[in-house]
Write a protein that binds this ligand. Structure first.
Ligand code: SF4
Ligand code: SF4
Ligand code: SF4
Length: 253
């Protein structure tokens, strides 16, 4: 029986809830896998040898780090799920602007806590990650495909094309033409463009597509009325530690 684990480090548990929301697929999988570890969903958890571990959340404390290192040693394949685990997430968007010590003092009244606090970081800064499933939250279909592929010995692969591709397949009128800020041209598709289909600009929750031209999207956003600084902040919301302005001839994160 294939042994699976699902854990949450620092995050909102939204990705774990999305995994639980794959109800029908999960019920079918239960005949082929044993869910050994899933503290959000069950009481009897075993930190045993695992074939497959899904990790949600950024590494933000020594507790996160130590748990992750311990489980990585016992795990064959590790998948980072959600933008917190893949990029650091929304909690990492100001990592280069704030002093973590000042923030901790502001929130807890003291820097001295029973554990260390770090700048929120992606899981890959601490351990080897075999596959990344970004999104805030992760996409349920991609989770189910990934588990099915891995159970059948196939490497999961999702092309890093831009959200604009899926937006156009949905026959949406481009929001940028209406002056609504949108990160679709530089963001990794796979979500089906649900935001732009509802008239909300893509916020970049899945991180960079391949060859993202940040310079060009910043130029477009400033022509639509955003300041250069606000355009940069907009791009950094979900890209966390991994963000730096790239040109079209550079590969994405
Ligand atoms: S990626 Fe989004 S939904 Fe998932 S844990 Fe982080 S904040 Fe929550
Ligand atoms: S609305 Fe956004 S995602 Fe859709 S085509 Fe325009 S820029 Fe691309
Ligand atoms: S459209 Fe953009 S913000 Fe919305 S789910 Fe897709 S990647 Fe995330």
């Amino acid at each position: 029986m294939v042994k699976i684990g699902v854990i949450g480090l620092t995050g909102c548990s939204g990705c774990q809830c999305e995994i639980l929301n794959c109800q029908d697929a999960l019920l079918k999988l239960l005949s082929k896998v044993e869910i050994s570890l899933f503290p959000l969903a069950k009481d009897d958890n075993l930190e045993d040898e695992l074939d497959l571990l899904f990790v949600e959340g950024s590494v933000s404390t020594s507790l996160d780090r130590d748990w992750l290192l311990r489980l990585r040693e016992r795990t064959k394949v590790l998948v980072a799920v959600g933008s917190c685990a893949c990029y650091g997430g929304v909690q990492a968007q100001r990592n280069d602007e704030v002093q973590i010590e000042e923030m901790v003092k502001e929130v807890y009244g003291s820097w001295k806590l029973p554990f260390e606090v770090f700048k929120p970081s992606p899981v890959s800064e601490f351990v080897k990650v075999d596959y990344f499933l970004p999104g805030c939250p992760l996409d349920k279909k991609q989770f189910v495909y990934t588990v099915s592929f891995l159970l059948n010995g196939v490497k999961p692969f999702f092309p890093k094309i831009p959200v604009c591709h899926e937006c156009k397949l949905s026959e949406n009128e481009c929001l940028l033409l209406k002056g609504i800020p949108c990160q679709g041209p530089v963001t990794y598709a796979g979500c089906g463009a649900p935001c732009t289909s509802k008239g909300v600009g893509c916020q970049g929750c899945r991180g960079d597509c391949d060859f993202p031209n940040h310079e060009e999207i910043i130029s477009i956003l400033t022509k639509k009325g955003l300041s250069y600084e606000d355009a940069l902040k907009f791009l950094k919301v979900f890209r966390g530690n991994t963000f730096r302005v790239r040109r079209v001839d550079e590969k994405g994160a």
